[in-house]
Design a protein around this ligand. Structure first.
Ligand code: ZN
Length: 225
């Protein structure tokens, strides 16, 4: 860390009751004013409802804190699952080296910035090199990564990397088209716009013809999100 100039120490505004800061660093992660680690998750949600101006005695809200806690646990259950383990049980030796494409896999995730949903479709392609993945496992793989707090770019990349590591194919391509409620509900961007991200590894990255073939096949019959 660069040494602090003495003059900057003198000009630091210090209230009499506060200790003099010992170092000028970026603010650390905000700590809650009280130790909340022993408070039940439902009680935290109850507190949030009150702060939003809600009346906790309303019938409809009676079980809402419990429901929210349960829903959030479910929507982030991907943290408890190992993507490699899911694929491991479904790898098959094949003598096939043409492109495998699985399109329109439904995806629901939560953006890590607002914890609001983003959802859409995932398209996966790979060119095997001796091994393929059981087709039903690809939607499972998407789910494991989607049920975490995510950004769409990372989700795209993680799916591609997991396939790459599992079967080391000639190439992997993943495209995600998604709509983000944090944009739509907060009116930041055009309401119906969707975000498209892609990750291209191996042959899809190196050979524009391979990439083009995949993108053309996608366009042919893909419904928009
Ligand atoms: Zn967001």
């Amino acid at each position: 860390m660069p040494e602090k100039k003495k003059s900057s120490i003198k000009s630091w505004p210090v209230a009499k009751t506060l200790a003099v800061p010992t170092a000028v660093t970026a603010p650390a992660v905000k700590q809650p004013a009280a130790d909340l680690s022993r408070v039940a998750t439902e009680d935290l949600h109850r507190e949030i409802l009150v702060r939003l101006g809600e009346d906790l005695t309303r019938d409809g809200l009676a079980l809402t804190p419990e429901r929210v806690a349960k829903a959030q646990t479910y929507l982030t259950s991907g943290y408890q699952q190992d993507p490699a383990a899911i694929l491991r049980g479904a790898l098959f030796d094949v003598d096939y080296d043409e492109m495998v494409i699985v399109k329109d896999i439904e995806m629901y995730s939560l953006c890590e910035h607002h914890m609001l949903p983003f959802f859409g479709k995932v398209h996966i392609a790979y060119i095997p090199k001796g091994k393929v993945i059981g087709l039903s496992k690809l939607p499972r793989l998407v789910e494991v990564f989607a049920r975490r707090l995510q950004v769409q770019e990372r989700l795209t990349r993680q799916i591609a990397d997991a396939i790459q590591e599992a079967i080391e194919p000639q190439g992997v391509a993943v495209v995600i088209e998604a709509k983000h409620l944090c944009m739509m509900m907060r009116g930041i961007e055009k309401q119906m716009s969707s975000t498209i991200t892609s990750a291209m590894l191996g042959a899809f990255n190196k050979q524009s013809r391979t990439r083009q073939e995949f993108l053309t096949l996608l366009r042919k019959t893909s419904d928009s999100v």
